[in-house]
Design a protein around this ligand. Structure first.
Ligand code: ZN
Length: 296
């Protein structure tokens, strides 16, 4: 099997070479060290595409590759970023076409696929956990909340924007919609809600007994449980993986109990959660897996 390049765009851009179901060789990152706020926020779309192109060519290193897969946050259809609430400048950007046209050297003419970032995490988890034949769902917790599924199916799957409360005051979601999961559990929305506290401090204060913070931590878990229960009621029970930079906030035992309170029909029982540490490799692998399937 020839090699594929996988790219994951989240708070930074990471690219790697994939051979079979493994990332081989060192990853290439932009920026090379973590920066705050992340530099992608203010970067024009064309520069993001150019940065991805540079990383792809570095990773391929003059070798012939079979395909290039990119995981990108937002609604991605036919290679176009239709919406990306946390990187609003790319709305409507034809990333797949721009990237395909700009690849040079041995990468010139290679098929390029652009997919939702949470979908590529789901593909990466399915590939590494040997579940390529089972429905794999994943929540990615970061500035935004992603929902991914593998196998990919026609649809939008913006599960992070599931409505989990009817409280009209709940309006912190990056997309502007009221009552969304991301407006509660997203890192950016936590900062907007607690202007005086960083998300880590909120969870520390909750453990130390602060009522306002403890109530919020319960709300976070109820919100994620509610969105999961909706997915169970729509697509059936199964494994839900949780990954991303903010998984440290999640208490799996509490989440399990809350979902069991919300899902009572007996054929829908038996869902489980598992936390998978955030890793660029999983997304890179998943982007490569999806691109290689799409190229066949
Ligand atoms: Zn939203």
């Amino acid at each position: 099997m020839s090699r594929t390049v996988g790219v994951l765009v989240q708070e930074h851009i990471a690219a790697g070479l994939v051979d079979g179901n493994k990332v081989v060789g060192p990853l290439k990152l932009f920026p090379e060290t973590a920066q705050s706020p992340d530099p992608l926020q203010s970067m024009p779309s064309a520069d993001i595409a150019e940065t991805i192109r540079g990383l792809v060519e570095k990773v391929a290193g003059g070798e012939k590759v079979e395909a290039v897969g990119v995981g990108f946050p937002g609604i991605v259809r036919s290679g176009v970023i239709e919406e990306s609430p946390n990187l609003q400048q790319v709305k409507g950007f034809a990333l797949q076409a721009v990237l395909a046209a700009s690849l040079k050297g041995k990468a010139a003419g290679v098929p390029v696929g652009v997919f939702n970032d949470a979908d590529v995490m789901a593909a990466g988890i399915a590939a590494t956990h040997g579940k390529l034949n089972q429905l794999t769902r994943v929540w990615t917790l970061g500035n935004g909340i992603g929902f991914g599924r593998y196998p990919a199916r026609e649809g939008v799957w913006e599960g992070g924007h599931s409505v989990v409360t009817l409280d009209p005051k709940e309006s912190f979601c990056g997309c502007g919609g009221k009552g969304h999961l991301e407006g509660i559990l997203g890192r950016r929305s936590m900062r907007m809600r607690f202007l005086d506290l960083e998300p880590e401090e909120i969870f520390e204060n909750a453990r130390a007994g602060d009522t306002r913070c403890a109530e919020f931590v319960t709300l976070c878990h109820r919100a994620l449980a509610a969105a999961t229960a909706t997915s169970i009621h729509m697509s059936g029970p199964g494994m839900f993986f949780i990954t991303g930079p903010e998984t440290k906030f999640i208490d799996i035992g509490l989440l399990d109990r809350l979902v069991h309170e919300m899902v009572k029909m007996s054929p829908l029982q038996g869902s489980r959660f598992e936390v998978i540490p955030a890793s660029d490799e999983l997304g890179i692998l998943g982007a490569a897996v999806n691109a290689s399937h799409a190229a066949k």
